[in-house]
Write a protein that binds this ligand. Structure first.
Ligand code: PLP
Length: 381
């Protein structure tokens, strides 16, 4: 269409799902294409780009093109879960190689890394993400195949300097991948900071409605790594199914407004509880008291996000009691949906968890902030 900007803002790109208009009908919403196979013509040629649903199909392509534009990526791939996307990256790493990751990161990812380190003789080195210089020391010690980082780190929200991690990884010949689930592309774009891969659990902010499980990988450039990831997904069949891809596309259309509201609510809640007599500490990168605040200001350019944690005065049982007494917040795992969730993280992660027992993780949604505050107040009282 004439008069359209060549590269619209992320808000415009999202709201219009890349200015979608169906060429045959003018529909402003795409139809779902559920076919698992595509017929050949009289010359036994395929009429389009598709052969078999496990390798890709039109609905998948649409959401992947939007995601690639959002991340300023060479390409994006959608998977049936975040963990399926994570496993596809790890599958490309040779047996016996070395992987460096933060000590606190999404616990399912860490469990997968521990498994491959045992089964495939991969050396797993965990660095202390709260200590400056720890990543550099870990990477410089021995040749490293992959540096996997997450920022902000779930559930303490330590902020890792992505540009610095890129510099260290590049200088030592390691690949660098960033789990940016908690900081969607409307606030952080790791590929623009030089990362090789960006990862999302699309189950969270990208979809935003707690009704799709999915994962995303996007690559800064084409090359053997990206080709291998495409091959792994195609052969394993870990692609996102078409209906879920369509729901993800619908969820993406409101990402920027959902994220803005979640950021505003989280900031109000964090400020309210910062000096509260029943709270030991509020962990939220938007607070000046957070050790990662200055870095977050540079790296999270569209807001500090909707994730915060409360360290309750007392211990494990006190924190669990608060989570059990909320009436408006939902005591459930996951994050990034429109509804606010509260979780006693140590109980979910189990006995190996490094997460403090008095930590309650908040996934702040888009409800009325005062009502969310009042509910936490009554639960703490
Ligand atoms: C930061 C982060 N990364 C990865 C994952 C895994 O994603 P999924 O549950 O979609 O497999 C999660 C899930 O909670 C997460 O919070």
């Amino acid at each position: 269409m004439s008069g359209r900007p060549n590269s619209p803002s992320l808000e415009t790109l999202l709201a219009q799902a890349d200015h979608y208009v169906d060429p045959a009908t003018g529909a402003v919403v795409p139809a779902i294409q559920p076919a698992t196979t595509f017929a050949r013509d009289a010359n036994y040629e395929l009429p389009g780009d598709y052969i078999y649903g496990r390798y890709g199909s039109p609905t998948i392509d649409h959401v992947e093109n939007v995601l690639a534009k959002l991340e300023r990526a060479h390409g994006a791939l959608v998977f049936a879960s975040g963990m399926a996307a994570f496993a596809a990256v790890i599958e490309t790493i040779d047996d016996g190689a070395r992987i460096v990751a933060p000590r606190i990161m999404y616990h399912g990812g860490l469990a997968w890394l521990r498994r491959v380190s045992q089964r495939r003789n991969i050396e797993l080195v965990l660095f202390d993400q709260t200590r400056q210089g720890a990543l550099g020391e870990a990477v410089e010690k021995a040749p490293t195949a992959l540096v996997w980082i997450e920022s902000p780190v779930n559930p303490t929200w330590d902020v890792i300097d992505i540009a610095e991690a890129v510099r260290i990884s590049r200088a030592n010949g390691a690949l660098i991948a960033v789990d940016s689930t908690v900081a969607p592309p409307v606030t952080t774009r790791p590929l623009e900071l030089g990362a090789d891969l960006v990862f999302h659990s699309a189950t969270k902010y990208l979809n935003g409605h707690s009704d799709v499980g999915g994962g995303v990988l996007a690559a800064r450039q084409d090359g053997p790594l990206w080709e291998e990831i495409i091959q792994v997904r195609g052969l394993l069949g870990s692609i996102l199914p078409p209906f879920e891809a369509w729901l993800l596309l619908r969820g993406l259309r409101t990402l920027s407004v959902r994220f803005d509201k979640a950021c505003a609510n989280a900031m109000r809640i964090a400020r309210h509880f910062e000096d509260h007599p029943k709270i030991e500490r509020v962990l939220y990168p938007g607070l000046e008291s957070h050790p990662g605040h200055e870095m977050a200001k540079r790296q999270m350019t569209g807001g500090f996000g909707g994730m915060a944690s409360l360290l309750i005065k007392g211990g494990n049982e006190d924190a669990k009691r608060v989570a059990g007494r909320v009436r408006l917040w939902m005591p459930a795992t996951s994050l990034g949906g429109v509804e606010s969730l509260i979780e006693h993280r140590a109980a979910v992660e189990g006995p190996d968890s490094e997460v403090p027992g008095n930590l309650l993780r908040l996934s702040v949604g888009i409800e009325n902030a005062e009502e969310l505050i009042d509910d936490l107040e009554q639960a703490l009282a």
